[in-house]
Write a protein that binds this ligand. Structure first.
Ligand code: ADP
Length: 449
C-alpha cells in the first residue's frame, strides 16, 4: 500500500479521499490556493502546500506546481478527486511518468479514449452496448448537421467532444437553428474545455439519467455496483441523486449493469468509473463514461456497503477486487442532496458569505460529506457546493421520510442554500413518485437557457 498520497483537490472530496487514506494508514498531503489557507481539507491533511493564487487555473489546475509538491513531499501516489485535473489524461500521463508516483485512477490512455465522447461511443458500440443514435465522427459544417437532422428527425443535440454538465451542448429543434447552434456549441466547447470539436446526437425529449458504477482491478476483474438515478437536474446539472433507480425493473437493471461492465472491459479500464446512460420507453442508450470518482458515489456506497474510494486506492496499489459480481447486493435506498450556497429564489445564483450558523443533522441513516464548519467564509472562487447530505433508509419511502426529518434539523445561516428547495421536492408528487425525467425541473425554461 502507498505511504503518502497527495490529494489534488479541495473541499469535501479532498476530505473524503483523505479519510479513506487515514483508514488505510496512509499519510496525506493537501494542496491549497491562497483562498484556501484555512480550508477544511488543509486542516485535515498531515501536510499542506500552497500551489498558487485563488483562480483555479493558477493553482488547482497548475499541473507542474502540483507535481512539484508531490515530489517535494515524497508522495507515492496522487488522487485527483473530481473536477479540476481528474479527467485530464495529459496530467494522468505526467503522474504515471513521474518516478515512484502512482496515479490513483484509470490508465491515461483509457482516460483519453473514453474522455473523447465520439471515441467512447465507438468503443461501446464495438462492445455491443446501445448508444444514443448519432455520429461517431466529428462534424464541422452546417450541411452535415442538417443531413443528420433529416436522418434522425429533430430535435437533435450538437455536443462538444470534451463537454460535460450540459456545457457545450446545444439543442436544435429545426433546420433553421442549425448554423447558430453549431457556432455556439463550438464556442462553448472551446471556452470551457479548450476543444471546439463537436458531434451530433438524437435529442431525447424525456429520458431518465441512469448511470452505473464500475470498479476494475489490474488483474482483469471488472464489477459493477448497480446504478444511480440522477434524473433530477437543473439545466442538465444534477441536483439530487439516488440508488437504486426507481425507474428500472429487474431485467433492465441486469442488462444495463452488464452493458456497463462489458463496455469498460473493452476499453482496458481499471479503477473506479461511471458509465452514463439515458433511459426512455424501456430502452437504454449509452451517453458517456466519467473516468473518475463522482460526486454522487456516496449513494452507491450506502446501498452496497462498498467503500469505493478505499477500493480506488487498493486497486491503484495493485490489489485484486476480493468480491465477485454475485457478492454485490443492493440493500435499501439512498438519496444524496447537494447543499449549495445558492439562492433558489433568485434562479440559484451563488451567494458567497460567512457561515454564521452551520448545524447539520445527525442520527440514524444520515451521512454528511463536507469540509466546512461554522464561522467559515464561503468564497466565490470555486463551485458553490458546501455539503452533501446522504440519507439511507430501508426503502425509498423510508428514505424520503428520513430526509424530511434530516432537513428539519439542518440549520445554515449567513448564506442562502438549496435546503429549502430540497425540502420542497420532498413534498413534490412527481419526485416522490419517482417518475421525474431530466426535463422535469426545466419544464418552464427553454432547453438551452
Ligand atoms: P455530463 O454527464 O458529463 O454532465 P453531458 O453534458 O453529456 O454530460 O450530459 C448532461 C445531461 O444532459 C444529461 O444528464 C442529460 O440530462 C442531458 N443530455 C445529454 N445528451 C442528451 C441527449 N442526447 N438527449 C437528451 N438529453 C441529453
Amino acid at each position: 500500500m502507498f505511504e503518502k498520497v497527495l490529494v489534488a483537490n479541495r473541499g469535501e472530496i479532498a476530505v473524503r479521499v483523505m479519510a479513506a487514506c487515514e483508514e488505510l494508514g496512509i499519510e496525506t498531503v493537501a494542496v491549497y490556493s491562497d483562498a484556501d489557507r484555512n480550508a477544511g481539507h488543509v486542516e485535515y491533511a498531515d501536510e499542506a502546500y500552497n500551489v498558487g493564487p485563488a483562480p483555479a487555473s493558477e493553482s488547482y489546475l497548475d499541473q507542474t506546481a502540483i507535481l512539484d509538491v508531490a515530489e517535494r513531499a515524497g508522495a507515492d501516489a496522487v488522487h485527483p478527486g473530481y473536477g479540476f485535473l481528474a479527467e485530464n489524461a495529459a496530467f494522468a500521463g505526467r503522474v504515471e511518468a513521474a518516478d515512484g508516483i502512482t496515479w490513483v485512477g484509470p490508465p491515461s490512455d483509457a482516460m483519453e479514449t473514453l474522455g473523447e465522447k465520439t471515441k467512447a461511443r465507438t468503443v461501446m458500440q464495438d462492445a455491443g452496448v446501445p448508444v444514443v443514435p448519432g455520429t461517431t465522427d466529428l462534424v464541422s459544417e452546417p450541411d452535415e448537421v442538417r443531413e443528420l437532422g433529416a436522418e434522425y428527425g429533430y430535435p437533435i443535440a450538437i455536443k462538444a467532444e470534451g463537454g460535460g454538465g450540459g456545457r457545450g451542448m446545444k439543442i436544435v429543434r429545426s433546420e433553421a437553428e442549425v448554423a447558430e447552434a453549431l457556432k455556439s456549441a463550438k464556442r462553448e466547447g472551446e471556452a470551457y474545455f479548450g476543444n471546439d470539436s463537436v458531434y451530433v446526437e438524437k435529442y431525447l425529449e424525456a429520458p431518465k439519467h441512469v448511470e452505473v458504477q464500475v470498479l476494475a482491478d489490474e488483474h482483469g476483474n471488472v464489477r459493477h455496483l448497480g446504478e444511480r438515478d440522477c434524473s433530477l437536474q437543473r439545466r442538465h446539472q444534477k441536483v439530487i441523486e439516488e440508488a437504486p433507480s426507481p425507474a428500472l425493473g429487474a431485467e433492465l437493471r441486469t442488462q444495463i449493469g452488464e452493458a456497463a461492465r462489458r463496455g469498460v472491459s473493452e476499453a482496458g479500464y481499471t479503477n473506479a468509473g461511471t458509465v452514463e446512460f439515458l433511459v426512455e420507453d424501456g430502452e437504454f442508450y449509452f451517453m458517456e463514461v466519467n473516468t473518475r470518482i463522482q460526486v454522487e458515489h456516496t449513494v452507491t456506497e450506502a446501498v452496497t456497503g462498498i467503500d469505493i474510494v478505499r477500493w480506488q486506492l487498493r486497486v491503484a496499489a495493485g490489489e485484486q477486487l476480493d468480491f465477485t459480481q454475485d457478492d454485490v447486493s443492493i440493500d435499501g435506498h439512498a438519496v444524496e442532496y447537494r447543499i449549495n450556497a445558492e439562492n433558489p429564489a433568485e434562479d440559484f445564483a451563488p451567494t458567497p458569505g460567512p457561515l454564521t450558523t452551520y448545524a447539520p443533522p445527525s442520527s440514524i441513516g444520515v451521512r454528511l460529506d463536507h469540509a466546512v464548519s461554522q464561522g467559515d467564509e464561503i468564497g466565490g472562487d470555486y463551485d458553490s457546493m458546501i455539503a452533501k447530505l446522504i440519507v439511507a433508509g430501508e426503502d425509498r419511502d423510508h428514505c424520503l421520510d428520513r430526509s424530511k426529518r434530516a432537513f428539519d434539523h439542518f440549520t445554515v445561516e449567513g448564506v442562502h442554500t438549496t435546503i429549502p428547495f430540497h425540502r420542497l421536492m420532498l413534498d413534490d408528487d412527481t419526485f416522490v413518485a419517482g417518475t421525474h425525467t431530466t426535463k422535469y425541473l426545466d419544464q418552464e425554461l427553454p432547453d438551452d437557457a
